[in-house]
Structure formats: C-alpha cells, structure tokens
Design a protein around this ligand. Structure first.
Ligand SMILES: CC(C)(COP(=O)(O)OP(=O)(O)OC[C@H]1O[C@@H](n2cnc3c(N)ncnc32)[C@H](O)[C@@H]1OP(=O)(O)O)[C@@H](O)C(=O)NCCC(=O)NCCS
Length: 179
C-alpha cells in the first residue's frame, strides 16, 4: 500500500509543469494518447480553465507530482451531461502500490455523491492489464474492442472501451415529506 505521506489534492495551474513531466515520462505516456515532448503550455491552458463540471486530482510525494487523475466532459450536448470521461496516470516509480486505487476511489466519490454523474467511460489499450484490473475492480465493464485504435511506438494497437454506471443512482426521498 502507498505511503501515507502522499497527499492527494485538486490540480492547480501551478502544477502544469509537474503534470506535463509525469504524462510525458516513460512507463506512462506510452499508455495514453500523449505525444512525446508535448509542450507544457498545452497543459497550462486547460488547467487555467476553471470548470465545476470536472474533477482533476494530483498526488504529491515529497514535492513531486507522482499521479494525475481526472473526470472530464466528453461532449457539450445537454443529452450527455450525465457522462464523464476518466483519465488516470501514476508515475512508473509508484505503480502497483495502490495509488491508482486511491485516486479512483476519490474520483468515484466525486462522481457518485456530488457530481450527478451516471456514466463514466474510458478507452484503454487491450494489453494494459494493470489498468484493466483497476477498472474492473472499480465496477467498469468492457463495452467493445476497437481495432488499430492508436499508434503506439510504431505499432497500431487495439483498445477496449469500458464504462461504469452509477451503482446506486440517487432518487428523490419522499419519506420525510408532509403526511
Ligand atoms: C494503470 C494505473 C493507473 C494503475 O495504477 P497503480 O497505482 O499502478 O495500480 P494499483 O496498485 O492502485 O491497482 C492496480 C492493482 O490493484 C488491483 N486492484 C485495483 N482495485 C482493486 C480493488 N478495489 N480491490 C482489489 N484489488 C484491486 C488490481 O487488480 C491491480 O493489480 P495488479 O497491479 O496486480 O495488476 C498505473 O499503473 C498507470 O498509470 N500506468 C501507466 C499509465 C496508464 O496505463 N494509465 C491508464 C490508461 S487507460
């Protein structure tokens, strides 16, 4: 299990350099859709934009950003307001120690208990076993396989799409009303 000294908090514009470094690092960027050597400026712009509809977290260990995770809007249509996309990345040095699980728990609490999110969706490379384990343990189910989804280190690779529906969607409670 991960060291208690790791702090998980909201991502701020000042974190843009640390997040860029993490997302561009070996053992991380290959599994995402990041390009190598992406400029920090591209991240700063999105971190500066405040949006209460999204959740962005970082995990800090000894002053270094070692993980980043978030829920983002996928489309602007009112008919997709109940949906968020999920992204998560843990530094190679901290993988397999439960940090992904901790961040996932925080994101799911945000979505289920505060964000009125019904559906969370994501795409993951079909051979990314650790990520698929984390998602499966967190209630995501596979919805389909996407052939040659992306180019990764010179090879077209497949991805699977996964989604999780709110396990207990909030309902109106009529029990406390007038007789
Ligand atoms: C995928 C990734 C986010 C997982 O985070 P992590 O901190 O390494 O993983 P964790 O240690 O928290 O959890 C994963 C493991 O715990 C297990 N696990 C997760 N949730 C669990 C739960 N609720 N109960 C029991 N076991 C659980 C999983 O089976 C998995 O086991 P494994 O490592 O033996 O395969 C991380 O490895 C990473 O960032 N990798 C590179 C980038 C990436 O792949 N991002 C996702 C792109 S879609």
């Amino acid at each position: 299990m991960t060291d208690n000294a790791i702090v998980v908090r909201s991502a701020e514009p000042a974190d843009s350099e640390g997040i860029s470094e993490l997302l561009g690092s070996r053992g991380v960027f290959e599994q995402l859709l990041q390009m190598p050597d992406a400029p920090v400026a591209s991240r700063l712009e999105s971190l500066r934009a405040t949006d209460q509809q999204i959740c962005r977290l970082v995990a800090i260990d000894d002053g270094r950003i070692v993980a980043h995770a978030g829920l983002h809007k996928t489309q602007t249509s009112p008919r997709r307001q109940h949906v968020r996309g999920l992204g998560i990345a843990v530094a190679a040095s901290h993988q397999g120690q439960g940090l992904g699980r901790i961040l996932m728990k925080r994101l799911l609490a945000w979505a289920d208990d505060w964000g009125a999110v019904l559906r969370i969706e994501l795409w993951v490379y079909a051979d990314n076993q650790r990520a698929i384990s984390l998602y499966t343990h967190s209630g995501f189910v596979e919805e389909g396989r996407h052939q040659a989804y992306a180019l990764r280190d010179g090879q077209f690779v497949d991805a699977v799409s996964m989604a999780r529906l709110h396990p207990r969607p909030p309902r109106l409670d009529h029990s406390g009303g007038a007789d």
